[in-house]
Design a protein around this ligand. Structure first.
Ligand SMILES: [Zn+2]
Length: 621
């Protein structure tokens, strides 16, 4: 009796792996089915900028207007602006801590510092209608007091002017070589995102966490040395003024013969340009619409190849000594076609890949890639940075918080793109297997961090932000949902959130609603915890007309079980036991009906899962 009373007093929390995931409730802006709601809103920021590069001092000076529209239901008294160049300012977090690069197994290095460079941005003007506004800088963020409250659906135009010294090495995301080659990102004051979930997104730029940006139109005029070759986000608006007749006719030739690579600047021409002195400057004007950022590259002595896919101008710019880059235009065009088919059409008129010191960085219509010796590596980096044109340039997720939603989703799509390009080769047939190898090498108990960790706090960024999400989606597609259902839902996610700002809960809800499957357990295991998988065959007992397979789930992760069954008569078959087998606990007795004598059984025979103990996966009579 006493024991019963004690039992009645004990409280038991739901510790089932299938308990609901705590998500923020749906709102008018974000629906229960994971789509933008009728009340969805998003701020707009259009930029009209003029910038001048002084190659003698390596100073960038800019002026311009930022047209900002408040589409939120609230009145704004102030706005926040991103000053990313302050990553290099004296007293920045990175400079003060003198942070070393992150180095990973497999040779991947992320150096988010300026390698000792001390610079930072100076805001010369931030005004409205001639009136300077009160501003206060907090590292890479600046708070700006509005002259009068900005009511819903009203706009304000900021007059801005700024300058900064260009770092030779810009945290792996931009930089220059002397005064002859520039890869420019984070080069103008950018409006911080104001959204319905976090309000102002003011997390600082510390290096690892990338960007979260509003969409808008850009009209940018760049005044640069007249002898430079230039490309940027958008299309050149004044080609007849800045482009030679020869360059123009060669680009026209690329449009006339889609799929053929045309040399716009040949190797000998590039070599001649590198030494020729051209006096004065020219102003290149680029316009683009519906983009979340603007980057550009310029230099002397660059080769320039062009081809056309589906009306899209595919451009590659590289130094004459960049060895595998003659094939890069073909690689890039192949990848544009692949991703357009897998994720939806590439939406912009051109894509430019620039070879240089940046190890790999993405901007709308512009990607910075290094020259790499191995052909597989060269394709991978070009294709990976191109894949970012979908995640996050189209699906505008919050990279500062959730790199798994852009780096991770992109890396998942990259394995398909690599398998496609290298189809039929040993590399193409086995490349995805490296994810399980990386799991064994990196996902160590006690040190591994969950995917949901913010990138600035992650020790193994390549694993957590890139590879593990790719493994997660591979298993979701191949072992949980099936290819057709997964592909349909994933494509729907891309379409629904194009040029918008999805949150993790939106993705979870959309995938569940589209596929009709409760996936809370899956996201908890893969994103919010470091749950490990250990499926086992404990024993097998033969009855008269039923064979009993005693299976157990010895880790914290649950997944369906794929069972390979071999019989004494020499026949065999494969059975998939759905994840519901674990509803009642971590042991499951599978009752195999029939009188055929079982001679052996194996769990996960094709080695799809990151099962941490494979020695308990097989049974043999
Ligand atoms: Zn990336």
């Amino acid at each position: 009796m006493l024991a019963l009373l004690l039992m009645l007093q004990q409280s038991v929390a739901d510790s089932s792996p299938f308990r609901p995931l705590a998500l923020p409730p749906p709102t008018a802006a974000r629906t229960a089915v994971g789509t933008p709601g009728r009340g969805y809103w998003q701020q707009r920021a259009d930029y009209t900028l003029q910038a001048t590069l002084d190659t003698a001092t390596n100073m960038l000076r800019g002026t311009g207007k930022i047209y900002y529209v408040n589409r939120s239901p609230e009145t704004l008294d102030y706005v926040w602006v991103q000053l990313d160049q302050n990553l290099f300012a004296p007293g920045s977090v990175s400079n003060t801590l003198n942070l070393p690069p992150l180095r990973f197994a497999g040779g991947v290095v992320f150096d988010f510092s300026g390698k000792g460079f001390v610079g930072g941005i100076t805001i010369d003007k931030f005004a409205v209608a001639g009136r300077a506004l009160t501003t206060k800088v907090f590292g890479t963020m600046m708070r700006v007091e509005l002259p009068r409250p900005l009511a819903p659906n009203l706009s304000v135009t900021f007059d801005v002017a700024w300058h900064f010294p260009i770092p030779p090495y810009g945290g792996g995301r931009m930089g220059r070589v002397g005064s002859r080659f520039y890869e420019m990102g984070q080069w103008y004051p950018r409006m911080a995102v104001y959204d319905d979930v976090h309000g102002w997104n003011t997390m600082p730029f510390l290096g690892a966490g990338e960007f979260y940006l509003e969409y808008g139109d850009f009209d940018v005029s760049l005044t640069l040395p007249a002898g430079f070759t230039v490309t940027a986000t958008g299309m050149l608006a004044n080609p007849s003024i800045v482009r030679s007749a020869q360059e123009g006719s060669r680009i026209a030739r690329a449009f006339a013969a889609p799929g053929q690579v045309v040399q716009v600047i040949t190797r000998p021409e590039a070599a001649a340009n590198a030494t020729r002195r051209v006096a004065g400057t020219k102003t290149w004007r680029f316009t683009s619409s519906g983009v979340r950022d603007f980057a550009w590259a310029a230099g002397s002595g660059l080769r320039w190849d062009a081809s056309v896919f589906n009306g899209i101008l595919v451009q590659t710019f590289y130094h004459p000594d960049a060895t595998p880059w003659e094939e890069s235009n073909t690689m890039l065009r192949f990848a544009v076609r692949h991703f357009s088919g897998a994720l939806g059409e590439y939406p912009w008129p051109q894509i430019s890949a620039i070879e240089g010191l940046v190890e790999g960085m993405e901007y709308p219509m512009v990607i910075f890639c290094p020259s790499l010796q191995k052909r597989e590596d060269q394709y991978w980096v070009l294709m990976h940075e191109l894949g970012h044109q979908w995640f996050p340039m189209q699906v505008g997720s919050d990279e500062r918080r959730y790199p798994w939603m852009d780096e991770g989703f992109n890396t998942f799509a990259d394995y398909d793109a690599a398998e496609d390009f290298f189809k039929g080769t040993a590399y193409g047939d086995t490349v995805r297997r490296e994810l399980l190898g990386a799991y064994a090498a990196t996902a160590l108990p006690g040190t591994e961090q969950p995917l949901i960790s913010k990138p600035d706090e992650v020790r193994e960024l390549y694993w957590t932000a890139y590879q593990k999400p790719a493994l997660m989606l591979t298993i979701l597609r191949d072992a949980v949902l099936g290819r057709e259902e997964f592909d349909r839902a994933f494509k729907e996610y891309v379409q629904r959130w194009r040029f918008k700002h999805p949150q993790p809960a939106d993705f979870f809800r959309l995938m569940s609603n589209q596929t009709g499957r409760d996936l809370d357990w899956f996201w908890r295991e893969w994103i919010y915890t470091t749950a490990r998988l250990d499926q086992a065959i404990d024993s097998v007992r033969a009855g008269s007309d039923t064979t009993f397979l005693y299976l157990s789930n010895r880790g914290q992760m649950v997944l369906p079980v794929t069972l390979d069954l071999r019989y004494a008569d020499g026949s065999s078959e494969s059975r998939v036991l759905p994840v519901e087998m674990w509803h009642l606990g971590s042991r499951f007795t599978y009752r195999l009906a029939g009188q055929k004598r079982l001679s052996g059984a194996t769990i996960d025979p094709r080695v799809v899962y990151p099962d941490i103990a494979r020695d308990n996966n097989s049974w043999k009579r």
